[in-house]
Design a binder for this molecule. Structure first.
Ligand code: ZN
Length: 82
């Protein structure tokens, strides 16, 4: 059960439901690459971590800039470009 994570469920750019958890700047200790804009999320920047709700272990979680996640429907995942 991961209900304690205080995340919310939102539909992702691929139509699946995602668990969305806000990451505070103080807890963002690494640099991530945002799949929305393909730019870095620097450490210390508040953002969101998302993963498929079926992925109960959160093994494939991705970090997005908060505005990129909000605009995900307009952008689509960049994964197929790589
Ligand atoms: Zn971004």
């Amino acid at each position: 059960m991961r209900r304690d994570d205080a995340g919310r469920i939102e539909p992702g750019p691929d139509g699946y439901d995602y668990e969305v958890v806000p990451i505070a700047g103080a807890r963002a200790l690494k640099t991530y690459r945002c799949p929305g804009c393909d730019h870095e999320i620097r450490s210390g920047v508040p953002h969101v971590a998302v993963w498929r709700v079926e992925d109960t272990e959160g093994t494939d979680r991705r970090h997005w800039h908060t505005p990129c996640w909000r605009n995900r429907a307009n952008r689509g995942p960049t994964r197929r470009r790589s």
